[in-house]
Design a protein around this ligand. Sequence first.
Ligand code: MFB
Ligand code: CA
Length: 226
Amino acid sequence: MKALRVFGVLLLHVALVMSSTQICQDVEKSGCSIITCGAPGKDGEKGEKGERGIIGLPGFPGHPGPPGDCKDSVCEDLQSKLKALEGQLKAQQTESFFFKGRARSSDKIFLSDGDQGNFNEAKARCTNAGGQMASPRNSDENKAILSINKQYGFVSYLGINELETPGIYRDPSNEVISYTNWKENEPNNYQGIQENCVELQNTGKWNDIVCEAKRLIICEFFISRG
Ligand code: MFB
Ligand code: CA
């Protein structure tokens, strides 16, 4: 816009110079001697401010704005539903990412983030999370824990151990266990080495192992029935 105005002023100036030259030549032709034609004189004083010009051309269209300028209630309804669905999808994606290893029994929930560790690491993880290492008390719980093994494709630790009294297996609260699901010929303290901890193999059967072995960490949390 500014460039256009500057150009216009320049054009006007050229036109004026040309017309004054024309007048000068015309006078010369008519033999008039009053006006002497020489080099152009100094610029005159700045004139008064001119009148406001005509309105300029419209500008280019702007960048597209954010979507969402609905024109009717149908659009508004769809838009709010879409927004809600997007929120739900995001929440579910987050949930399935963090809780892939999840299973339930009547009064327990079993959780695993897929990490592996030795017995002490597993025990610390689960107690720090407010639970304890998964310790099946019946075949239902054993199945639930097994389902997590299969989700990750790893063999898991159980909280059951004979650390306190060799030959006597206890759960994390130090109770002597009643339910067992040992594999054939287990527990065996293989090759005369004390295997004080227990793994849940992917057949669902138990095997005693050394507590330094790394296995899938699965924790259990009691669900209060109200
Ligand atoms: C043994 C088992 C032991 C080890 C070993 C590799 O069975 O009892 O705990 O897992 O396999 C032969
Ligand atoms: Ca064994």
